[in-house]
Design a binder for this molecule. Structure first.
Ligand SMILES: [Fe+2]
Ligand SMILES: [Fe+2]
Length: 185
C-alpha cells in the first residue's frame, strides 16, 4: 500500500487524482455527499422524485410516533423541514421559472402556492407542543396535502414539461437545479 500521509501524495497525484481533488475540494465534500442521491439521478425529474421518496419515508416515520416521543418528533420534523427547504429552492429557483418562461404560468403559480402552504404547516407544527393531540392530526393533514402536490408534479406536470423540452434544455435544467441544491445542502 502506498503511504499517502507523508508527502507521497504529490508524486502519486496524476491527472485523474488531481482532477478529483480539485473538483471535490474538502469543504465541499460534505455537500457533495448530501446532494448525492439527487445528482446520481442524472435527470431533473428523477432527482426530484428521489427527494419526494426521501421526504415520504421520513413522514411515515413521523406519523408512527406517539405523544411520549417529543424528541423523535422534533428530530423527524427538522429532517423533513430541511429536505423540503432544499427541494423548494430547487423547484422555485429553476423548474417553476422555466415553466413560466415556457408559457406554463398557471401551473407554476399553483405549485408555488402549495409551497406556501407547506411553510405554514411547518410553522404550525413548530409552534404547537408535540404532546398536543392536534400535533399528529396537523402532521397528517400536512402529509396528505403534500402527497397531492407530489402526485400532481410526478404524474402530470413534470413529465409533460420534460417531454416538451429538447434534451439539451432538460440537461441544462438538471445542471442548474443541482447547483441550487448544492448551495443550500
Ligand atoms: Fe413542489
Ligand atoms: Fe416536488
Amino acid at each position: 500500500m502506498p503511504n499517502l500521509s507523508n508527502g507521497n501524495f504529490g508524486r502519486l497525484a496524476t491527472g485523474a487524482a488531481l482532477g478529483f481533488a480539485a473538483g471535490l475540494a474538502l469543504p465541499h465534500a460534505r455537500k457533495a455527499v448530501a446532494q448525492g442521491p439527487s445528482i446520481a439521478a442524472g435527470d431533473w425529474v428523477e432527482a426530484l422524485k428521489a427527494e419526494h421518496r426521501l421526504v415520504e419515508k421520513t413522514f411515515e416515520m413521523l406519523l408512527q410516533t406517539t405523544e411520549a416521543e417529543p424528541v423523535k418528533r422534533q428530530m423527524l420534523l427538522t429532517k423533513i423541514a430541511y429536505a423540503l427547504t432544499k427541494h423548494a429552492v430547487e423547484e422555485e429557483n429553476v423548474i417553476y421559472p422555466a415553466m413560466i418562461e415556457a408559457g406554463r404560468e398557471d401551473q407554476a403559480r399553483h405549485l408555488i402556492e402549495d409551497h406556501g402552504d407547506v411553510k405554514t404547516f411547518i410553522y404550525e407544527l413548530r409552534r404547537m407542543p408535540t404532546e398536543d393531540p392536534r400535533w399528529i392530526e396537523t402532521a397528517r393533514r400536512f402529509f396528505a396535502d403534500l402527497q397531492e402536490h407530489v402526485r400532481e408534479e410526478e404524474d402530470d406536470i413534470f413529465p409533460t414539461f420534460r417531454a416538451a423540452l429538447p434534451d439539451e434544455e432538460n440537461a441544462r435544467l438538471t445542471r442548474m437545479m443541482n447547483w441550487e441544491g448544492f448551495k443550500v445542502a
